[in-house]
Design a protein around this ligand. Structure first.
Ligand code: GTP
Ligand code: MG
Length: 171
């Protein structure tokens, strides 16, 4: 058959935001795991869409591993950035990490699409994706295409919309 175009994606965001849960849900059901544990270091995962084969660097978001992220920036052609929309206390930390990412020399001047998931929308104290986007000042990102989707990674809500957008960006 036809070989799908391969793209490398970095999955970033604070610990406990739901990165691994999202990537797991994007795999075919027979390849999904039931028990998701906090990522140690990083893990390389794969999933396919109708026209692309994605290789994902699913990075740990724990503070002590965040310094690993930058070593993979050159490899990445796109970014999935996940936010726990119910974690209001750490929204400022998520913004700091995002700003550092956007200002990194290996990211700054490249056309890299960024897909944001405002995740955990099922939780009662979750804030809206519009509010997340305001708190992270996403409107200031002028040199990269970006898109934000509200998601519930447990049910899978919002994930397809996001990945469809990303696929369009990578054609
Ligand atoms: P690190 O690997 O430590 O960086 O975390 P992570 O971002 O990969 O988070 P992970 O996918 O391990 O999920 C953390 C916890 O959040 C798990 O208990 C998940 O079941 C839970 N979780 C993930 N997504 C959602 C969601 O949309 N809603 C709710 N309620 N819980 C979620
Ligand atoms: Mg993880």
């Amino acid at each position: 058959g036809l070989k799908k175009k391969e793209v490398h994606v970095l999955c970033l965001g604070l610990d406990n935001s739901g990165k691994t849960t999202i990537i797991n849900k994007l795999k075919p059901s027979n390849a999904q795991t039931q028990d998701i544990v906090p990522t140690i270091g990083f893990s390389i995962e794969k999933f396919k869409t109708s026209s692309l084969s994605f290789t994902v660097f699913d990075m740990s978001g724990q503070g002590r591993y965040r310094n690993l992220w930058e070593h993979y920036y050159k490899e990445g052609q796109a970014i999935i950035f996940v936010i726990d929309s119910s974690d209001k206390l750490r929204m400022v930390v998520a913004k700091e990490e995002l700003d550092a990412l956007l200002n990194h020399p290996d990211i700054k001047h490249r056309r890299m699409p960024i897909l944001f998931f405002a995740n955990k929308m099922d939780l009662r104290d979750a804030i809206s994706s519009v509010k997340v986007s305001q708190l992270l000042s996403l409107e200031n990102i002028k040199d990269k295409p970006w898109h934000i989707c509200a998601s519930d990674a447990l049910k899978g809500d919002g994930l397809q919309e996001g990945v469809d957008w990303l696929q369009d960006q990578m054609q």
